[in-house]
Design a protein around this ligand. Structure first.
Ligand SMILES: Nc1ncnc2c1ncn2[C@@H]1O[C@H](COP(=O)(O)OP(=O)(O)O)[C@@H](O)[C@H]1O
Ligand SMILES: [Mg+2]
Length: 322
């Protein structure tokens, strides 16, 4: 088995949004995740996190680059291989209510993948497996006959997790999976995800705009800004010695619990013009907001470089030590 369960290399996903207008949602993103580990992906709304997740699991075709899962290129799999692969990778979404069919019982929702992949031989085995999955996520078998609207937000997210686990995945993209929940419930769901990771040897891509959650759950953290990873390192290294001016700004704004407030604070801290992801120039995308920007930053695009301790930063100031 490859050392890294997931290798993302130079991934690009562009959207055509108008005549000659190409939105670079994900623009040359690379990272690896080791088996059993969690990579946190953070950045403000619109920076491309969800598009990274969706392109990894091939809900979108890539416009460049590769996604290697266990050494195999996800975007080159034929139909049969792809169906097998969809068992290995699952995604948990921000809004469990929107992603759970309101007309189906929770049992039927959790059992979907079991049916699609024909994982149970008998009706009884199917029912037992659903009960087992519900119990695994802290719900009970009585919940199987109920409907999503009868559940609280935290319980619905547990249903979403049970549904993802049904097919025995190896890798799960958690896309803002807990962002919509009350703070007290967030911690419970995070703890469940951590327990499940240990028990089932799961590998996570954990997407969030809440830095505190990412810090708690991730082994490594990558920070995105307008389609680019601008900094990545081991989580403790990144949070204790952030280097990119954008990361520093985000962290300075982080202690607040309310995400909207958090973002507005980050914005005042980093005033200046936010660049557009449409037809971006090959310069530092943060330069318009960066208090340290020099002419070079508005002429060339810094690459991610290891500045020591496997700490990667795409910033001339850091790389050149101004
Ligand atoms: N299907 C789409 N068509 C056009 N633009 C899109 C589409 N999905 C996302 N985008 C754009 O791509 C950028 C990244 O979006 P997204 O990946 O959802 O960011 P995040 O998850 O970090 O909030 C945004 O500018 C968004 O408007
Ligand atoms: Mg998103």
């Amino acid at each position: 088995m490859a050392k890294h369960l997931l290798e993302v290399k130079g991934l690009k996903k562009y959207f055509k949004v108008g005549r000659n207008q190409i939105l670079h949602a994900v623009d040359d993103v690379s990272f690896n995740i080791e088996q059993g580990k969690t990579l946190g992906l953070v950045g403000e709304s619109g920076c491309g996190k969800t598009t990274v997740g969706r392109t990894i699991i091939r809900l979108y075709d890539a416009d460049g680059g590769q996604v290697l899962f266990n050494g195999r290129d996800v975007h080159q799999l034929n139909r049969k291989e792809y169906k097998e692969f969809t068992r290995s990778m699952q995604m948990i979404f921000q809004d469990p209510y929107a992603s759970l069919d309101p007309r189906k019982t929770v049992g039927a929702i959790v059992g979907e993948g079991l049916k699609i992949h024909k994982l149970c031989e008998t009706r009884q085995e199917y029912t037992e497996r659903i009960y087992e999955l519900l119990e695994t996520v802290g719900l009970s078998r009585e919940h199987a006959s109920r409907f999503p609207h009868e559940f609280s937000g935290g319980q619905r997210q547990r249903v979403g997790i049970a549904r993802a686990l049904a097919v025995n995945p190896k890798f799960i993209v958690c896309d803002e999976a807990i962002s919509a929940l009350d703070v007290s419930i967030q911690a419970q769901v995070i703890n469940l995800l951590v327990e499940l990771q240990e028990k089932l040897k799961l590998t996570y891509l954990f997407i969030a705009h809440d830095l505190n959650m990412v810090r708690h759950i991730s082994d490594d953290t990558a920070v995105m800004y307008l389609g680019k990873v601008v900094e990545k390192a081991e989580t403790s290294e990144l949070f204790e010695t952030p280097k990119h001016p954008y990361t520093i700004g985000l962290l300075a704004a982080a202690p607040e619990a309310d995400p909207d407030f958090e973002q507005s604070r980050a914005k005042t801290l980093m005033s200046g013009e936010v660049a557009s992801p449409i037809n971006p120039e090959p310069i530092c995308r943060f330069a318009g907001r960066c208090p340290y920007a020099r002419p070079k930053c508005k002429q060339n695009e810094p690459e991610l470089m290891d500045v020591g301790n496997n700490h990667y930063v795409a910033c001339y100031k850091v790389q050149e030590g101004w």
